[in-house]
Write a protein that binds this ligand. Structure first.
Ligand code: ATP
Length: 329
């Protein structure tokens, strides 16, 4: 039995790694892709995970498959494409370690996953299903994703969703909004950034925006990540905020995925029951997840940067979340 199965993209992140003698930026090959990042963080914390997605039958695809395996992620659901190359993303970092991406995906193998290639047995053997919106940008992976998440929901899996909007991957932003909303209909746990919340709801006000999502889509736990400021959350009609940890961030790639892995880890530890959560427990979960996210920014890349339980607990126990508790009903 797997604790978590994730469906979506696994790809190469080329991350800046110093300069050549000519002063040109060097790029380093790093495994990435949000769903794979979430699983690698969970696997590092000892949880049983499985990945479903498509890579090219090329050097990068085989490298990614081997990285998943080395990270103890079950790769039975990985499909190799003979027609399409593995997706590549170049990461550009600014002075604060904040990043932007250029994608090489015209098309990329991750977009080509077909409904009939999704191994439903893996979903049957899992407790939590995680997905994002990058697999919703194009067909056939959009239909494959929606079929898989619908199947997971029908079979009683808890659904975790990170819309992870990457504007330059969509041909049309209205289409992006409507596909992201289709995903919201399935979610039990939603991790969303401030910018994504505003994109979907049209408001920068976190209370109003999260309330709109709660009322429209009945999502039990909504987590709005705020970078170094931590996280705003909504559990039904109650909202709260947990401040972030003060760390030396050098690369924020994968911080959101690490954060979400921290939340999912806590849900598994609490026996998968969201309905019984008290506000204090949510506060602790978010504070723990903030520590996972913060630590992921202190190393380069995403998968290689995921922290161990000892590192997380050391930070978590040192400084608990500063502002916490109910902000309003
Ligand atoms: P992505 O777009 O990759 O999904 P995101 O925008 O959701 O990510 P962030 O808000 O940048 O992710 O970060 C997720 C979490 O990681 C934050 O809520 C916070 O807990 C932690 N974090 C991120 N950046 C920092 C930082 N500079 N210092 C401390 N903690 C950070």
């Amino acid at each position: 039995m797997h604790d978590v199965v994730a469906l979506g993209e696994v790809l190469i992140d080329f991350t800046p790694a110093g300069k050549s003698e000519n002063g040109e930026v060097r790029f380093e090959r790093n495994p990435g892709g949000a769903p794979a990042n979430v699983l690698s963080a969970l696997a590092k914390l000892g949880k049983k995970t499985a990945f479903i997605g498509k890579v090219g039958n090329d050097q990068f695809g085989h490298y990614l498959n081997s990285v998943l395996q080395k990270n103890s992620i079950d790769t039975k659901g990985v499909v190799f494409s003979n027609d399409t190359n593995t997706t590549l993303a170049f990461v550009h970092l600014d002075d604060k370690g904040d990043r932007s991406f250029s994608f090489y995906r015209n098309p990329g193998a991750d977009m080509m996953l077909q409904e009939q290639e999704v191994d439903l047995e893996i979903i049957n053997n899992s407790r939590i299903f995680h997905f994002g919106s990058i697999s919703l940008t194009h067909e056939p992976s959009a239909s494959a994703t929606l079929k898989a998440v619908a199947y997971a929901k029908e079979n009683g899996l808890l659904i975790s969703y990170d819309p992870n909007l990457r504007v330059n991957l969509w041909d049309d932003l209205n289409h992006a909004r409507s596909m992201i909303e289709v995903g919201l209909k399935f979610a039990d746990v939603l991790k969303i950034s401030e910018e994504e919340l505003e994109f979907i709801t049209g408001t920068k006000d976190l209370k109003k925006g999260s309330k709109y999502i709660y009322v429209q889509f009945h999502i039990k736990l909504i987590l709005v990540t705020l970078g170094s400021d931590g996280c705003f959350y909504r559990l039904g009609h109650v909202v709260g905020k947990c401040s972030g940890y003060d760390v030396d961030a050098i690369d924020t790639t994968g911080a959101g995925d690490a954060f979400l892995a921290g939340i999912i880890y806590q849900i598994i530890e609490k026996d998968y029951l969201l309905s019984d959560l008290s506000l204090n427990e949510v506060d602790k979960m978010v504070s723990f997840a903030n520590a996972v996210g913060a630590l992921a920014t202190t190393k380069k890349g995403a998968i290689p940067a995921m922290p161990s339980i000892d590192e997380i607990l050391a930070l978590f126990n040192k400084t608990n979340c500063i502002k916490k508790g109910i902000l309003s009903q």
